[in-house]
Design a binder for this molecule. Structure first.
Ligand SMILES: Nc1nc2c(ncn2[C@@H]2O[C@H](COP(=O)(O)OP(=O)(O)OP(=O)(O)O)[C@@H](O)[C@H]2O)c(=O)[nH]1
Ligand SMILES: [Mg+2]
Length: 458
């Protein structure tokens, strides 16, 4: 219960949030391991800038949530205090959001623009979107280009607000740390060398298979291509970016690519191949298709095949009639999932993943979940990767992804891919190599299984 002293009796009444529990969770999911507490509610405190500042100044990071009469819920987050300094604010964390369907979609500030001006006026984002404009229940778009926003999708072009709330965003104290790490990792150079040595010397269980084929599947932008780049970088001893990675609305990767990795520039090929696919999208007819996955699993799809979401892969008839050799098939499937998006996963996407799992299960292929972007998900981990296995938040995310995908917790491997670094970093390498080693082990289990089936008298 809030005690909003000093003020009239209405101001002392506990504030109730208009956010549903689900939406609150989704918004928290965008911000990491945080708690929201309501500071200001325009219908109670008034739409005047002064009322806003009285409650929201010097409160640290805040999230503004506006509701309009057409039912849109939208707003923005800023990580920098309001102080009425009159200064332009740079804030890399700032974003606007709007619920589209059930999912909050974010828009980041365009580079080269100020995040906002910190004056005595009403809250603004990029001096473009003003909430409580003219001290009225109104949202106003000045037309500046700080944010590439579409007012029709963001708020249905309905500028009349029915409510405007501002929440204080705090790192959740519940996210405390575990007493003991829940997995043991040796963060040492010796360990890294040992892992690299084990990967180099790995011999797939069957002699007919010279290289383990690992398939990466996951939503758009989850970090599939980045994982290959990261592993390749480790063995090349420098940053590489052979696979195109980045962010776009739809999948950046549009071809099926099978990437061998060499042990250094002049080195021998390593005993595995990472297979990169186009991202999954929730709609049917968009992104990677289940039929395509099925063809890939069975080794029918050639390197550089260009995916067409409208038409699944059609193997030529000769090839389709004979089963591919074990070497060409997939031996381990890796579901690549962005740690920051787990709570935001839509039912449709979850259902798509479930049907892929059923397919992979039916073929008996080994499966692992690679949980990427642990650095973005938890500030503790961003500061120090070694705190990964003491972060309760990461632990909860691992449990969540495990239950959403229906895989055991032991099969979920959190990693941080290389994204903007220029140099390799030991802790990162240890995690990435541990994940790779696990994939090789799982593939071995699969091959062992195939082996024992072949040995059986018919
Ligand atoms: N901070 C951080 N960023 C990451 C990580 N992994 C990937 N990224 C970034 O996320 C963005 C998307 O990564 P990609 O590797 O292109 O994702 P993808 O799964 O290949 O995406 P599509 O090919 O579009 O389906 C890039 O900007 C990466 O730099 C990570 O572990 N941490
Ligand atoms: Mg990609």
């Amino acid at each position: 219960v809030y005690n909003n002293s000093p003020g009239s009796s209405t101001l002392n009444a506990p504030l109730t949030s208009d956010l549903t529990e689900e939406k609150r969770k989704q918004l928290c999911g965008l911000l990491g391991n945080v708690e929201l507490s309501l500071l200001y509610k325009a219908s109670v405190h008034g739409y005047q800038a002064s009322a806003f500042h009285q409650r929201c100044d010097r409160q640290g990071p805040t999230l503004l949530v506006a509701y309009n009469r057409s039912g849109y819920i939208f707003g923005g987050y800023t990580s920098v205090d309001y102080t009425q300094s009159g200064q332009y604010i740079t804030d890399e964390g700032i974003f606007l959001f709007s619920f589209q369907g059930k999912i909050p979609v974010c828009i980041k500030v365009n580079s080269g623009y100020n995040a906002r001006i910190d004056d005595a006026g009403v809250p603004n984002f990029g001096q473009q979107l003003y909430f409580c404009y003219n001290n009225q229940p109104v949202v106003y778009n000045s037309g500046s280009s700080a944010f590439s926003l579409n007012t029709a999708t963001m708020y249905g072009n309905d500028t009349q607000l029915s409510e405007c709330e501002v929440y204080k965003v705090e790192q959740s104290s519940a996210v405390s740390t575990e007493e003991k790490p829940w997995r043991n990792v040796l963060w040492t150079a010796e360990r890294k060398d040992k892992l690299m040595e084990m990967v180099r010397n790995h011999k797939p269980l069957m002699t007919s298979v010279s290289r383990v084929r690992i398939l990466m599947i996951g939503p758009v932008g989850a970090g599939k291509s980045s994982f290959f780049n990261s592993i390749n970088s480790i063995f090349m001893g420098r940053m590489t970016s052979k696979a195109m990675s980045g962010s776009a609305g739809t999948s950046l990767t549009t071809q099926f690519r099978t990437y061998p990795v060499k042990d250094g520039r002049e080195g021998k090929p390593l005993p595995f191949v990472l297979c990169d696919t186009m991202g999954l999208e929730e709609q049917t007819g968009a992104g990677l298709d289940i039929e395509d996955i099925s063809s890939i699993l069975q080794g029918h799809v050639p390197d550089r095949y260009k995916f067409n979401p409208m038409v699944p892969f059609q193997p030529d008839e000769q090839k389709a009639s004979r089963p591919a050799s074990l070497q060409e098939k997939i031996h381990c499937v890796v579901y690549v999932i962005d740690a920051t998006k787990i709570s935001l996963m839509s039912d449709k996407l979850q259902e798509k993943l479930a049907s892929i799992r059923r397919k992979v299960n039916s073929l008996g292929i080994a499966q692992i979940v690679l949980m990427t972007k642990v650095d973005e998900a938890c500030p503790l981990v961003e500061k120090d990767l070694q705190s990964l296995y003491v972060s309760s938040y990461i632990k909860s995310k691992v449990q969540e992804v495990s239950s959403r995908l229906g895989v055991p917790v032991s099969c979920v491997l959190p990693v941080k891919n290389y994204s903007q670094e220029l140099e390799l970093e030991l802790n990162c390498d240890v995690l990435l190599l541990t994940a790779l080693q696990q994939m090789l082990h799982f593939a071995d289990d699969y091959l062992d299984d195939v082996c024992s089936m072949e040995d059986k008298p018919k």
